[in-house]
Each structure stands twice: as structure tokens, then as C-alpha cells.
Design a binder for this molecule. Structure first.
Ligand code: EPS
Length: 386
């Protein structure tokens, strides 16, 4: 079973992740992970923290001579901001009177429910782990899973389709073009004219002390038919992917393929008709299903869309209540981002990669890449002959 766990506070010394269940024989270097870490840091609308950090992963275990061993892979990413937080985030010294707590919870953040749940009177204790800084480790794990998937021809990309209510026109572009263009834009935006408009909106928002959300799409190509199953509720591919993407900080909705739109039009406009050609096997001319039917991948590109709410930290803060005095106050203002939808798209790719790698391993099983590739080839040649 492939699984991972992450640890670390936003302003602590470092972030760590352990990946368990990755087979042996996969080529893995820190450079491949660092490439994705850098992609996550890009994004017009990010705050000052990104000027400080330059995320780099160190591989501490599970790899020898650039090949995985089949044992737990542990990754370490230093927080370069740590020297500025040594005192405030010390794990060893005891609290002093001069350590002023944060007591004004931000609406929309984990601050208040977290403080109540963990019985904490200093909201810093909550926000340090609730912070989206944690997604650095998810992207590092996702990069490893992406390498595993690429050995089977699976590619995962993303682009942003909407920010702050401004839609990015992309329906006239094929998936490949969208992904190529997104990679060249610091908004992961496929349309240069719309990018200018959105940047103006982000700048205006920054001046007003407000924040913006948006929508992004993750696309996975090269998937074999038959990942996931309708046989139990928790084995369905769509359900598993939706959970993985929904678990990203600030994500409020997930759609697959046509998603909510399919509820508004008739069946004949929704379902993708089936064709067959000797050289292609079964195929579709449309992909409204987003690559999944009956909880199973159908061989078409997987398309998963997610909506991100605006960041909860507002430089012009909203109304709140002090958790100690219970008096009305303005919510706390922490240094933060104005918009981080492009970054969320890269994190979405990582979560999709993790879930797909886990499902591929469940289907094709094995402890080494050689064994899994053998199982994969036997299955895919059976599908071709079907
Ligand atoms: C975050 C607040 C900001 C973001 C951070 C998430 O951090 P800071 O308070 O240090 O300025 O920059 O995101 C990251 C550090 C990151 O690497 O993505 C929050 O409150 O969630």
C-alpha cells in the first residue's frame, strides 16, 4: 500500500515527509523533486514569504545510487525563514511573558475551531500547521509519485480557468496547448490578454487589503483503462480523487469532467458516444465524463477541476472576537498571499499523482519496478486484444 505522512510547522526549522510503499528500482533524484517545488512557489499574487524561501528537498532515506530501495523514503525541506522565528517557534524553551499570543481568529481560517479543538489560547499554535506551507511536502511527495507514473506513460499537468470571477477562455485550445501555455505563465493562465486583466484585479485587491480565489483544472493523460472500481464505495476512482483534491487547504469544490454542468443538460448531450477502430481500439470523440465512468478510468484524459476560496488572511481584516476577552476585535493580520490559485493547481497535480500512483500500485502490484512493469504489460496487451 502506498501512503505518505507529512510533518512540520510553517515557521519551524523544516518540513518532512515519509513515503511508504514505493517500489524499488525507480530512478529518483532531488532535482526532479526540486523542479516541482519551484513550480509550486511561482504565482502572481504570492506574498513576501516566497522571496525568502527557495524550497529544496533532501532525500534522507529509501534511495541509493539514485534508485529507490522499496523502503520508506524520507524527505526534508528546510524553512529558510526559520532563523527569523527561532525564538517564537522554539521547541525547547518555556513560554515567557514577552511571547504575546495571537487571540483574534480570522474568519474562514482554522484559527477558531482549531483553538477550541486543541484547547489553545494562542492561535499561532493552530495556524502554524494549518498553514498552506504544508503543501510543500505534498508537492515533494507528488513529484516522486509523478516519476513513478511517468514510467507508465502517465503525465499530469494543470492550468487555471478562473481567478476572482474572471474566466480564462480555453475551450478552443486542446489539452496539450493549455498545459504548455500554463507552464509559461505566472498565473498558469493560457490567455495573455486575460492574464493582464487578472493581474490588475490582483493588484487592486492587494491595495484594498482583500484576497481572491479561483478555479483550476488538473489533467492526467496516458492512464490505462480500469483504474478504480464500482464494486465498493471507497474504491471508486472519482471518489478517491475528489477526496485527495478536496483535502488541499482552501479547496471548496471538486468536479470531474463536465461536473455540475452535466446536471443542467440532457443525457444525450452529456454522455460520450463509443466508437471503435482497428488501430485505436475503443475511443470517444468527446470527454464529458472526464475520463471516468462507473468509478473506473476509461482511457480518456482524466479532468478534475477544483474551486479555491479566497485566502482567509485579509490585510483589511473582518470582524472577529478575541478568544480571551470575548470582546469584538478585528481579525489578526498575518503576512500572507493575496491569491495563490496557480500554486494550488500544482498542489492539485501532486494530490492527483499520489492517488493515481497508489491506485496503479494496487492494480499492478509488486515490490520492484520490474515486477510492476511486467504486470502492467500483461494487462495492457490483454486490453488491446479484447
Ligand atoms: C500561509 C501564509 C503565508 C504563505 C504560506 C501560507 O506564509 P507567511 O505567514 O510565512 O508569510 O506564504 O505559504 C507558504 C509559506 C508556502 O510555502 O506556500 C498561510 O497562512 O496559510
Amino acid at each position: 500500500m502506498l501512503r505518505f505522512i507529512t510533518a512540520g510547522e510553517s515557521h519551524g526549522p523544516a518540513l518532512t515527509a515519509v513515503i511508504d510503499g514505493m517500489p524499488s528500482g525507480l530512478t529518483l533524484t532531488a532535482e526532479a523533486i526540486n523542479h516541482d517545488l519551484a513550480r509550486r512557489q511561482i504565482g502572481y499574487g504570492r506574498g513576501k514569504r516566497m522571496d525568502i524561501e527557495k524550497d529544496q528537498a533532501e532525500i534522507l532515506s529509501g534511495v541509493r545510487f539514485a534508485k529507490t530501495l522499496g523502503t520508506p523514503i524520507s524527505l526534508l525541506i528546510h524553512n529558510l525563514d526559520w532563523p527569523n522565528w527561532r525564538q517564537k517557534m522554539s521547541a525547547v524553551r518555556t513560554r515567557k511573558y514577552s511571547d504575546i499570543p495571537i487571540t483574534e481568529p480570522r474568519p474562514g481560517h482554522a484559527d477558531l475551531p482549531g483553538a477550541l479543538k486543541y484547547d489553545q489560547k494562542d492561535i499561532r499554535t493552530i495556524l502554524e500547521r494549518a498553514s498552506a506551507r504544508e503543501t510543500t511536502t505534498r508537492v515533494a511527495v507528488g513529484a516522486v509519485c509523478r516519476l513513478f507514473l511517468s514510467a507508465f506513460g502517465v503525465q499530469i499537468n494543470s492550468y487555471v480557468t478562473e481567478i476572482g470571477g474572471i474566466s480564462i477562455p480555453c475551450s478552443s485550445l486542446d489539452l496539450k496547448t493549455r498545459c504548455i501555455r500554463a507552464e509559461k505563465s505566472d498565473l498558469r493562465c493560457v490567455c495573455p490578454e486575460t492574464e493582464i486583466k487578472i493581474k490588475k484585479r490582483i493588484d487592486a485587491c492587494r491595495r484594498k487589503g482583500d484576497s481572491l480565489g479561483g478555479v483550476f483544472e488538473v489533467v492526467a493523460t496516458g492512464l490505462p483503462v480500469g483504474l478504480g472500481s464500482y464494486s465498493q464505495w471507497d474504491t471508486r476512482l472519482d471518489g478517491r480523487l475528489a477526496k485527495a483534491v478536496m483535502s488541499i487547504q482552501a479547496i471548496k469544490g471538486v468536479e470531474i469532467g463536465l461536473g455540475f454542468e452535466s446536471a443542467r443538460i440532457s443525457g444525450s448531450c452529456v454522455h460520450d458516444e463509443i466508437f471503435h477502430a482497428a488501430n485505436r481500439g475503443f475511443f470517444r470523440k468527446t470527454n464529458n465524463a472526464g475520463g471516468i465512468e462507473g468509478g473506473i478510468s476509461n482511457g480518456e484524459p482524466l479532468i478534475i477541476r477544483a474551486a479555491m476560496k479566497p485566502i482567509a488572511t485579509l490585510y483589511s481584516p473582518l470582524h472577529s472576537v478575541d478568544i480571551i476577552t470575548k470582546k469584538p476585535v478585528k481579525a489578526a493580520v498575518e503576512r500572507s498571499d493575496i491569491c495563490r490559485v496557480p500554486s494550488a493547481a500544482v498542489i492539485g497535480e501532486a494530490m492527483v499523482a499520489m492517488e493515481l500512483a497508489a491506485i496503479m500500485l494496487e492494480k499492478f502490484g509488486g515490490d520492484s519496478m520490474r515486477e510492476i512493469k511486467k504486470n502492467y504489460s500483461a494487462y495492457t496487451s490483454h486490453i488491446v486484444k479484447f
